[in-house]
Design a protein around this ligand. Sequence first.
Ligand code: RP5
Length: 162
Amino acid sequence: MKKIGIVMGSDSDLPVIQKATDLLKKLEIPFEVHVYSAHRTPEQARAFAVSARENGFGVLIAAAGMAAHLAGAIAANTTLPVIGIPCKGPVLDGMDALLSTVQMPSGIPVATVGINNGANAALLAAEILSIEDPALANRLQQKRTQDTAAVLEKDAGIAARL
Ligand code: RP5
């Protein structure tokens, strides 16, 4: 099975990444996590992206805040699908990272999820891998069924709370 590669711009992004890794563990998908910054360690970020396909990765996730160039810099150096997670920063509430991540010029796509949405990044990465993996597709369907049941349980209980 292909691995999912996760890169974060700083270890301060870890709480966002943990939402992704928790889900990947539940879905039994192998992953590798690194701290590489587009600005502070550009050579290491580039080297990871350049060798990612030959190193067995199928999808890459990149999380960064503020002037968030990491997902774009990773995408510039691989033709694997790259999912960007804009992280909330201390000043502009993540809007800076959201626009930096989502507004890629034509030719270098980054599939951008919502601010701090590590869970959706993991699910999207899993859905991409599931195209060629029926067992993973089944696990995703089971999760969707469980999530649906959880909402319906809330629906059934809501009257009692009002
Ligand atoms: C970005 O700058 C990182 O992804 C992080 O979200 C933000 C702040 O980094 P630290 O100053 O906390 O290391 O590159």
